[in-house]
Design a protein around this ligand. Structure first.
Ligand code: SF4
Length: 283
């Protein structure tokens, strides 16, 4: 574990982003304000500790949309496709729409251009709920790619837009922009990466260059947290992705004299604080 002289720097951007903060607040107040029982369509965020707190408040997760149901269904910050929203209503649920306004903005861009006959190329993870929701706005001309090789396999479109999943890596999206400028200069490219993601990634890169080791805190299945760990590793520094303080161990800090702490957009402050306290008490 860390030595007495160990320096610990916590990233200013660590913790909930605006969209996640809003969704968690809406979920916490939902049992008192809306028709019960309260459900979320899929886990509200990629953080098991927060999901436990919500479960204790009676907010349950529904993975598959039932044909009929009662109570209230909450749409996550990731958003859903328009047909999925209609399906929730048809099943009989009231809706709390916690779609992040920045994701809603990408929905609007895709819808606007799809109506004018543009194809949509989405830079993101095909199985991510945000991407599935965005794709649902693109009509029958939506395509997803997460590598330049996959982009190369797409047909050449007369009219197309390119948008990114809001939590994509800004560096890799810059490569997409270069590819489009060279191969399809008539495609319209929108920088839809959320500035909260961009700032977090830039700070983590800077932090990694200033310390010996970086602890990246967040759900193991959280894509934006995984990308932070990748960014640290790209700088040549060690990154340890942990969910809670229980996963810290002495080997992580061997030969290190400074530790950086960063966290994904779905990591609550109480977990970040607990990890910092655990490290300080081991100094
Ligand atoms: S990362 Fe950005 S787009 Fe995604 S929920 Fe947070 S604020 Fe919204």
């Amino acid at each position: 574990m860390p030595k007495n002289s160990m320096k610990i720097i916590v990233a200013q951007t660590a913790g909930f982003c605006m969209g996640v903060q809003r969704a968690v607040e809406l979920a916490l107040e939902a049992p008192d304000k809306h028709l019960n029982p309260i459900h979320t369509f899929g886990p509200l965020i990629h953080n098991p500790q927060v999901l436990n707190v919500l479960k204790q408040k009676g907010v349950t997760v529904i993975e598959k949309m039932p044909e009929q149901g009662t109570g209230t269904m909450m749409i996550r910050a990731h958003g859903v496709a328009p047909h999925a929203k209609a399906q929730i209503r048809k099943a009989g649920f009231e809706i709390i729409d916690a779609t992040c306004p920045r994701v809603t903005k990408v929905h609007s861009i895709i819808k606007k251009y799809a109506q004018q006959g543009f194809a949509t190329i989405l830079w993101g993870e095909a199985d991510h709920p945000e991407v599935i929701g965005l794709l649902g706005c693109a009509g029958n001309k939506g395509f997803v790619a997460d590598t330049i090789d996959k982009l190369r396999t797409l047909p050449s479109f007369e009219k197309a837009i390119i948008v990114a999943q809001t939590t994509q890596n800004t560096r890799s999206y810059a490569e997409v922009e270069r590819w489009a400028e060279q191969k399809h200069p008539h495609y319209k490219i929108f920088n839809t990466i959320c500035d909260s993601t961009a700032k977090r990634q830039a700070e983590v890169k800077q932090l990694a260059m200033e310390v010996d080791v970086v602890i990246v805190i967040g759900g193991h299945n959280s894509g934006n947290t995984q990308r932070l760990a990748e960014i640290v590793k790209e700088t040549g520094k060690s990154a340890y992705h942990v969910e809670t303080a229980k996963e810290l161990n002495a080997e992580m800090f061997e030969d290190a004299s400074s530790i950086g702490i960063c966290a994904g957009a779905s990591t609550p402050h109480w977990i970040i604080d607990h990890i910092c306290e655990t490290l300080k008490h081991k100094l």
